[in-house]
Design a protein around this ligand. Structure first.
Ligand code: ATP
Ligand code: MG
Length: 423
């Protein structure tokens, strides 16, 4: 069943206020199994609101409008709704009394302007506002093709309160809908490659199941599979086959589900194996240490890190060889390996992780362009280095290098079944 959202307000149109209502409502509707097909934002003009409502109601069964229901001159939604349905506005005595009582409790005058909030279009019901004044307005169309129009005030917490208090009632004449979804978080692989690997799954998608790719420089690409059916249980059943197909296609790159973070996943793996980790960071400047220590209890396995940004600190603190630096440069596999081994020795951990790179925007050369990054990882068995070619953007490079470095640890831990020896 399709749904749309119309948000009203000049401040939204101009970007002075971020349209958080539409985002919040879309998530709620999606969770309930509605297919949100369009969001529209219009300014405080009756004709624009009328047009947006008409179009949305022609196209979809559920329409939620927010904003413009208050008592001020720029609040036009009530009039627009009345226009669309060619309905008269009548004063609802019960609503008027409750508004009057509320203003009296608050010691404020119930002005004529405020009294406009007691106006309800004929054929509409009003929904009480648990925490504010402007009520919601509801129209349930009960025909062969049932519809629902729900108008809510713009103030986000009032909008949410009315929605949550009345949503069950507002939708109870609509056919049942259910939804389910599952997220696969991946690291170390691009959106394009994932899409290729999932091409047969994507080709077999139907109206009721979907796959979305959500890339993030910090957390990697999330693959979200979702489904709709008449009930949540039905949707979960639809999802099951899809999830199995996705998992078997991209499983080796998956580090967790919706709520999993790479740093926490590594933390659990280190804990399970009784291993410890230390860090030597150059171009990431401490970002990876920050991520590792975001995890409560990380002191169990993360013993410390050094930010060795210059050559001197790489030599003095980590024992990186002067000749290696001279011959290969600070951004090289050789130096990354020595940094990793050096911090492993210095902090007496099972694993030592290092990052060195050219974050940009300056400092690149033809052989080592901006975005060249080396990651080193030392453990009791061996020392390895991995080269990355990232982007031109400094911040993005730091985030991406952090994600790739953590992912290298994860991949190594998957292989490594040894237990702690140095700690
Ligand atoms: P009020 O009784 O407060 O006048 P209203 O229904 O008329 O309620 P608006 O006047 O449109 O609502 O908006 C009130 C305030 O709520 C705006 O100033 C804005 O800060 C916020 N707001 C409105 N719409 C949104 C939205 N879509 N997302 C986030 N904030 C919003
Ligand atoms: Mg207003």
């Amino acid at each position: 069943m399709q749904a749309q959202i119309v948000t009203v307000g000049n401040e939204l149109l101009l970007g002075r206020t971020i349209d958080s209502n539409a985002a919040w409502l879309a998530q709620r509707l999606d969770d309930r199994g509605f297919e949100v097909v369009r969001k529209t934002t219009v300014g405080d003009r009756t004709d624009l609101i009328v047009h947006a409502i008409q179009q949305a109601l022609e196209e979809s069964s559920v329409l939620i409008v927010t904003g413009g229901l208050g008592p001020t001159h720029d609040d036009r939604t009530r009039d627009a709704i009345a226009d669309v349905f060619m309905a008269e506005l009548h004063v609802d005595p019960e609503l008027e009394a409750s508004l009057a009582a509320m203003y009296e409790r608050r010691g404020r005058r119930f002005t004529d302007e405020r009294r406009t909030m007691a106006l309800v279009p004929d054929g509409f019901e009003w929904l009480s506002n648990p925490i504010g004044s402007a009520p919601g307005l509801l129209k349930k169309v009960r025909q062969t093709h049932p519809k629902c129009l729900l108008a809510l005030p713009g103030v986000p917490y009032e909008m949410r309160a009315i929605f949550e208090a009345h949503v069950e009632y507002a939708f109870d004449h609509l056919p049942q809908t259910g939804s389910a979804y599952r997220t696969f978080r991946t690291a170390g692989i691009t959106e394009n490659r994932l899409q290729e690997m999932l091409s047969s799954v994507i080709d077999a998608l139907t109206d009721t199941v979907d796959v979305a790719f959500l890339p993030d420089p910090r957390d990697g690409v999330a693959v979200r599979v979702s489904s709709r059916a008449e009930t949540d249980a039905g949707a979960r059943a639809l999802l099951e086959d899809l999830a199995i197909a996705v998992e078997s296609a991209i499983g080796e790159y998956v580090y967790g589900g919706e709520d999993d973070r790479l740093e926490a996943v590594i933390g659990s793996m280190l804990t399970e194996r009784g291993l410890t980790l230390s860090m030597a960071e150059s171009c990431t400047g401490g970002l990876i240490g920050d991520r590792l220590t975001d995890v409560p209890g990380s002191s169990e396995y993360f013993k410390g890190g050094v930010v060795t940004y210059g050559n001197l600190s790489k030599m003095d603190l980590l024992g990186v060889d002067r000749d290696t630096l001279r011959k290969h440069g600070a951004v090289s596999g050789e130096v990354a390996e020595q940094m990793a081994a050096g911090c492993r020795d210095l902090l007496k951990t099972d694993m030592g992780l290092s990052v060195t790179g050219i974050a940009g925007p300056t400092g690149g050369t033809p052989e080592k362009p901006v975005g060249t990054v080396w990651i080193g990882l030392a453990d009791v068995e061996k020392v390895v280095a991995l080269k990355l070619q990232l982007t031109e953007n400094r911040r993005l490079n730091k985030e991406l290098a952090g994600m790739q470095a953590l992912n290298l640890v994860r991949k190594r831990l998957k292989k490594l079944e040894l237990t702690g020896q140095n700690s």
